[in-house]
Ligand binder design. Structure first.
Ligand code: FES
Length: 142
């Protein structure tokens, strides 16, 4: 009985993964399965937690060294695409100066991850806005 249930759950899980891969593409799917940089950071130099119109939040943490981002991470309570967008925002931030961080907007994140369905594009914009708010926090402390 239990092995039937296990196999039912495994098949269901596989179907969900396949649907996500089909809907969002391989690059987004892989990052969703393995969300790099998704963790809180102790004592960040810049930090922000913004809530989007959809009700989801993306939190960004930045650590600077020699006026460049040495470490970046994020957390989100949102959808799969918000995980992927937060992950790419953190990855793209690493090594950047404050001026270079300002160039990272939602469009650039969408380009980097290969695009999202239109109804999920706001997730990338929220990730970029949270990144800029974390930069703003750093600049105010400087
Ligand atoms: Fe709200 Fe993705 S951030 S649906």
């Amino acid at each position: 009985m239990s092995s039937n249930l296990d196999s039912f759950i495994d098949n269901l899980q596989e179907e969900i993964f396949e649907d996500a891969r089909e809907a969002f593409g391989e690059k987004v799917y892989q990052r969703w399965r393995r969300p790099l940089y998704m963790q809180a950071m102790d004592d960040p130099d810049g930090h922000a937690n913004l809530k989007g119109g959809c009700g989801d939040s993306i939190e960004v943490f930045l650590k600077f060294k020699n006026h460049r981002v040495a470490k970046a991470s994020f957390l989100t309570d949102g959808c799969g695409p918000s995980v992927v967008c937060g992950s790419y925002a953190a990855e793209m931030a690493i090594g950047k100066t404050p001026d270079e961080l300002l160039i990272i907007d939602g469009k650039l994140i969408l380009k980097e991850l290969g695009g999202l369905p239109e109804e999920n594009e706001h997730c990338a914009h929220l990730a970029a806005e949270s990144l800029h708010a974390a930069l703003d926090d750093y600049m105010r402390k400087e």
